[in-house]
Write a protein that binds this ligand. Sequence first.
Ligand code: CP
Length: 300
Amino acid sequence: MKKMESFLDLKSYSESHFDRLFHLSEDLRKSPHEPFQRGERLALLFFEPSTRTRMSFESAAWRFGLAPLVFDGGPHTSLEKGETVEDSILNVAAMQPKALVIRCGEAIPLRAISEKLSIPVINAGWGVQGHPTQALLDAVTMRRHFGSLQGKKVLILGDVTHSRVAASHLELLPKLGVQVAIAGPDEFLVSRPGVEVFKSLKAGLEWADVAMALRVQFERHTGSEKCPSTEEYRRLYGLNKESLQVFSSRGIIMHPGPINHGIEMETEVLSDPRAKILEQVTSGVYVREALLREILKGDN
Ligand code: CP
């Protein structure tokens, strides 16, 4: 990983960078490492809702010895008085934390803002542009199950068009030697070189080692999409005991969360021994701590 640079996407990183990060993440899981200099802070600015990402970055910060300063962009912030997102970011940066972890909408020029700052910015979910730390924690979860990811087959299922998680996986997984396919309603799919498209859930599940269901991102739909009804979606693409009968007994089922129960996934899937959904969340703490350590090393 490059030092002291912002981490906004996965484009400029190679397999060897990711390998280093994954090994550090596993080391940190086994035993805590030395903390950062005392009294330093990590600012978390969340302008969109979050449970997993925000709390796992907070956990990672504490483990690293950085005190988290949390800006939850809801009520009781100066956004209510008309302050802009950019001004909020610049003002928190002026408090001189060691880095900023930011979740924000598509319209925020995060790259341009990061270029004005002397501290690194970490993308914690930026519109539909990407959610790179989610992709990293998913890769860690897969590696823990399969060992090498070379040649493994990952089916990304559902609302790919509106998913920042899918956007980051389409950057990351091919670099790790993974074969990627997508399945879902035509309106939710994208066309990418090397990415196979399955017309039916059954065909995709028969092919895959990993079934990664995405949340249907209702809040990002404009209303002009020709989406199936939720009932139709559930019938054609929902993961449940019956649809998963054709899926490999050695495969794993993933979901970045939060889950729309009864739409992309039935609750019964959570107790399927192949489901790794809570393990993904656990991996998030260690991979985010590893990322903070890599970005801030040399500054300690
Ligand atoms: N996966 C994910 O980003 O979850 P949160 O929105 O709860 O952070």
